[in-house]
Design a protein. Structure first.
Length: 237
C-alpha cells in the first residue's frame, strides 16, 4: 500500500453544470495521512468536489498536492499521481468476475499483487472467480473499494460507500476505511451517514448549497446544534 504524507490544498474551487453553480468557491485543506470527510445534504456539492479532485469535471480555482498544482492533469494522470476515485453507485463491471474487476483496477501496475487487497477483503478471496453481479450489495461495495486499491493509491476518494447498505455492513465498511488509512493512505470520504463519517474522520467539512458552512474536528462539530438538528436527528451521536 502507498504511503504519502503530502497535503492537498483546494483554493476557491468552483464548478458549473451549464447554468447551475454546483460548487461556489470552496477552500479545503486535506492533511496527508488523514481521513477527511465532506458532509452535506443531497445537492450540496459533495460528489462534485470529489470529481474535481479526481479530474472528472471542469472547474476553476486550484488544486495542489504538496507543492505541485495539478489543475492541468486529466483523470489518468491524476491516477498516476495516486489520486483514485471510488464512485458513488460502485461502478463495478457486473458481468465480469471479481478477479477481472480487480485486474481492471490494476491496469497501471506492471506487477499485479492481490494479496494485500484480499487480506483487507477476505470475502472477496472466497469469491475471486464469482461474477460480480451475483455478489451482495455489501460485497459489491467492498469490490469497488478493492478495485480502487489495486491502483496503489496515495489518496483514496470514497463517494458514499455506505449508501444502501445494512447497518452491520456499514460498520464493516467503516472498519475497512480505518484499516486502509492506517496503512498510510489519505482518505477523502463523502458521506450522508454523518454519524459514521464523524466517528472515523480526523477532520470534517460540511457543505450547504455549494459552500463550506462548517468545518472542524469531529468532536467540535458534534457539539454544534446545526449538526445535531440537520444531520443527526437532533441527537448527538
Amino acid at each position: 500500500m502507498a504511503n504519502n504524507s503530502k497535503n492537498i490544498e483546494v483554493k476557491n474551487l468552483q464548478v458549473w453544470y451549464g447554468p447551475v453553480h454546483a460548487v461556489k468557491g470552496i477552500d479545503l485543506s486535506i492533511k496527508g495521512g488523514s481521513i477527511t470527510t465532506i458532509l452535506g445534504a443531497n445537492g450540496a456539492g459533495k460528489s462534485t468536489t470529489l470529481k474535481a479532485l479526481a479530474g472528472g469535471v471542469k472547474y476553476t480555482g486550484s488544486i495542489s498536492v504538496g507543492d505541485e498544482i495539478i489543475d492541468a492533469l486529466p483523470v489518468h494522470k491524476r491516477v498516476e499521481k495516486g489520486i483514485v476515485l471510488c464512485p458513488e453507485g460502485r461502478g463495478i463491471f457486473y458481468s465480469m468476475t471479481v478477479k477481472e474487476n480487480l485486474l481492471a483496477g490494476a491496469y497501471r501496475n506492471k506487477k499485479v499483487d492481490y494479496s494485500s487487497v484480499l487480506d483487507i477483503f477476505p470475502v472477496l478471496k472466497d469469491r475471486i472467480n464469482q461474477i460480480a453481479g451475483t455478489l451482495s450489495g455489501g460485497e459489491q461495495q467492498m469490490l469497488a473499494i478493492a478495485r480502487a486499491l489495486m491502483s496503489n493509491p496515495s489518496y483514496l476518494l470514497l463517494d458514499e460507500p455506505s449508501l444502501g447498505l445494512a447497518p452491520v455492513i456499514i460498520q464493516k465498511i467503516a472498519e475497512v476505511i480505518k484499516r486502509i488509512n492506517s496503512s498510510g493512505i489519505t482518505v477523502v470520504l463523502v458521506e450522508q451517514n454523518t454519524s459514521l463519517a464523524l466517528s472515523i474522520a480526523n477532520y470534517a467539512y460540511v457543505l450547504e448549497n455549494g459552500k463550506v458552512a462548517l468545518h472542524g474536528v469531529p468532536s467540535d462539530l458534534l457539539k454544534s446544534d446545526v449538526i445535531r438538528e440537520k444531520y443527526l436527528g437532533g441527537v448527538a451521536k
